[in-house]
Design a protein around this ligand. Sequence first.
Ligand SMILES: NC(=O)c1ccc[n+]([C@@H]2O[C@H](COP(=O)([O-])OP(=O)(O)OC[C@H]3O[C@@H](n4cnc5c(N)ncnc54)[C@H](O)[C@@H]3O)[C@@H](O)[C@H]2O)c1
Length: 260
Amino acid sequence: MAAVADFLGFPEGGVAVVTGVASGIGHQLAIQLLAQNLTVIGLDINQAGLDALDLGSGFHPRLLNTADKDAVDALFPKLREEFGPIAYLANNAGPPSSAPLSIQEGLAQTAGSVQIMTAAWSKTPPPDGAAVVNVASVAGTFSGGPPPAVVADRIAAVGGIGNGWYGAGKAAIAGLTRYQAVMAAGAYRANAVAPGVIETPRIGDLTKGAYGKLMIERSPLGRLGQPDEVARVIAFLLSPASSFVNGVTLIIDGGGTLVY
Ligand SMILES: NC(=O)c1ccc[n+]([C@@H]2O[C@H](COP(=O)([O-])OP(=O)(O)OC[C@H]3O[C@@H](n4cnc5c(N)ncnc54)[C@H](O)[C@@H]3O)[C@@H](O)[C@H]2O)c1
C-alpha cells in the first residue's frame, strides 16, 4: 500500500529517530516517515543491515545498541547538533522472543532500552509537538506462548518457545509508556503499539508449520500482519493527527487475540 497522505500533518523539517531500522517494522516505518518528508535517523545494532538500506538522502543510518546507556547518552547530543531538534522517537528495536535471555537481560533489552533511549532523547530537548511510540507486543498482555499441542512446532519454526522475559518486557514497555505519558508533563506524548504476529524475518518459517497455520485459521482476517501495517499506525501515533492520544497501547493484530 502507498504511503499515507497529508492528513498526518507532520511539520516541515521534522526529524525522527527510528530504532531497529535495518529490518521488518523499523525499515517500513523509515519508509513511511521519509514519505512524509521527515529527516529520519535510523539506528540499529546490525551494521551490515544498515549498509544494505537504500532510503535516499533524508535517511541517516547510525550503528547503536539501544541497550548501551553510555553509547545512547553520547549519541543524542551529537544528533541534536547535526540535525536540530528531534521531534519524534520510535523505540522499535528489540530481540526476538526466542532469544535465550535471562529475565534480567530480557528486561534490560526491552523496557530498559526504551527507558534509556527516551531519557536521552528527552534531554535534547524535543520541540513542541514531540511524540514517542514504543513497540510492545500482544505478548505483554497474553502469554506469548503457544497452545501445548503446537509447542514442538513453534520450537522448530523459530528456535524457541518464547521466554518469560519477552512477555514481561513487553508488558513493562506498556506500563512505562503510561508513566511517560503522565510524567512527560506536556513535553511529549507517549504511546505504544502491541503488534500480533507480523511477517518479518524474525518469525522464520512459522507460517509453514502447524502453529502458524493455527494462528492464521483463528484470526478473523485469516492472515498474519505485514510490517507496513504496523509502521503506518506508528506513524499516525507519532504525527500531529493523533495530538490528543496519550498513554495508549494500541493492539495491531487483525483481531487475532480476540479468538481463543
Ligand atoms: N514480528 C512480530 O511478530 C512482532 C510482534 C510483536 C512485536 N514485535 C516487536 O516489533 C519490533 C520490531 O520487530 P521486527 O519483527 O520488525 O523484528 P526484526 O527482527 O525484523 O527487526 C528488528 C531490528 O532491530 C534490531 N535490533 C535488535 N536489538 C537491537 C538493539 N539492542 N539495538 C539496536 N537495534 C537492535 C535488529 O538488528 C533488527 O534490525 C520488536 O520490538 C519486536 O519485539 C514484533
